[in-house]
Design a protein around this ligand. Structure first.
Ligand code: PBG
Length: 344
């Protein structure tokens, strides 16, 4: 009947009746046929805090990102809320003299993070506060837990993480986000929160977190890099070669009570994002980590990439892969671009 090549689907006519470029011709028509939409509602902004008053310290490996003292943090959070960003995730740069081998400062109800949460919550804004749960900002060795016999001890660390979660919840944290990759921590933290009356506090699990080179600039920002030295986290964070293992990690965290799950890093792991979303249909987030951010910014500084376009394309890619939202250091700029009606 037809002489041309059979079309892919019985519903698609072949060329020349079908010309794919027709729908792409004008901006309005590209907007109309867009299959995924990145909106300000998809953004979570990670922010670094430090001690002091009126101090904003540049982070050399993360152009445009500054570590803020609490007074400047609250101003930054006001801006984020004003732009409609739903949540901020706060990370502490702990002073060296507060770091110990067992990271006791993590469970101090008056630590930098707890004071930051209280200051943000006092603003009374419609913005969620996400707190990282892990010991690396507080340990002298930069590992995410306490070391016994040369290895991060799982169960003892989980007990400390439960206490860390409780003091963060007491400070007013909305979302507890364990990033440590200890086994069984989601269930233990859920039980600990519930026992203290924090049934309403959510858990966003860093469920599939890989042992990645892309965390380098973050470790500069929180000051854990020097501490970690040549050490790595491969005995608790995941092997970059694995996929099925990520699904098992996510399945366990969901069974233990995670409300939301995360894949981290982002761009090298889009297949994981897609599989996790398809398999579990859970609220699924992806962390565009410090190294991903740094690569785009560094190339843009050299004039090798159009920084804004590269960033927006990366963020759209996370949505296309199935993520419900993205943690990105570029959240403020992305929100501004989206509000202006960013055209891809
Ligand atoms: C701490 C933590 C890390 C990141 C988030 N939480 C670093 C690590 O695991 O070493 C990385 C974030 C980034 O690179 O942007 N457990």
């Amino acid at each position: 009947m037809t002489t041309s090549k059979p079309s892919q689907s019985p519903f698609i006519a072949s060329f020349p009746r079908t010309r794919m470029r027709r729908d792409r011709r004008d901006p309005w028509s590209r907007r109309l046929v867009a299959e995924t939409r990145l909106s300000v509602d998809d953004l979570i902004w990670p922010v670094f805090v430090q001690e002091g008053q009126g101090v904003a310290t540049e982070i050399a490996s993360m152009p445009g990102v500054k570590r803020l003292s609490i007074d400047l943090l609250t101003a930054a959070v006001k801006e984020a809320a004003g732009l409609g960003i739903p949540a901020v995730a706060i990370f502490p740069a702990t002073p060296l003299d507060k770091k110990t081998p067992d990271g006791e400062e993590a469970t101090n109800p008056d630590n930098l993070i707890c004071r930051s949460v209280r200051a943000i919550k006092e603003l009374g804004l419609d913005i969620g506060v996400v707190c990282d749960v892990a010991l690396d900002p507080y340990t002298t060795h930069g590992q995410d837990g306490v070391i016994r016999d040369g290895l991060v001890a799982n169960d003892e660390t989980v007990d400390i993480l439960c206490r860390q979660s409780i003091i963060q919840a007491q400070a007013g944290c909305d979302v507890i986000a364990p990033s440590d990759m200890m086994d069984g921590r989601i269930g233990a933290i859920r039980d600990a929160l519930d026992a203290e009356g924090f049934q309403k506090v959510r858990i966003l699990s860093y469920a599939a977190k890989y042992a990645s080179a892309y965390y380098g600039p973050f470790r500069d920002a929180v000051g854990s890099k020097g501490a970690l030295g040549k050490g790595d986290k491969k005995n608790y964070q995941m092997d970059p070669r694995n996929t099925d293992e990520a699904l098992r990690e996510v399945a366990l965290d969901i069974a233990e009570g995670a409300d939301m799950v995360m894949v981290k890093p982002g761009m090298p792991y889009l297949d994981i994002v897609q599989r996790v979303k398809e398999t579990f249909s859970m609220p699924t987030y992806v962390y565009q980590v410090s190294g991903e951010y740094a690569m785009i910014k560094a190339a843009a500084e050299r004039g090798w990439l159009d920084g804004e376009r590269a960033m927006m394309e990366a963020l759209a890619g996370f949505k296309r892969a199935g993520a419900d939202g993205v943690l990105t250091y570029a959240a403020i700029d992305a929100a501004k671009a989206l509000i202006k009606g960013y055209a891809y």
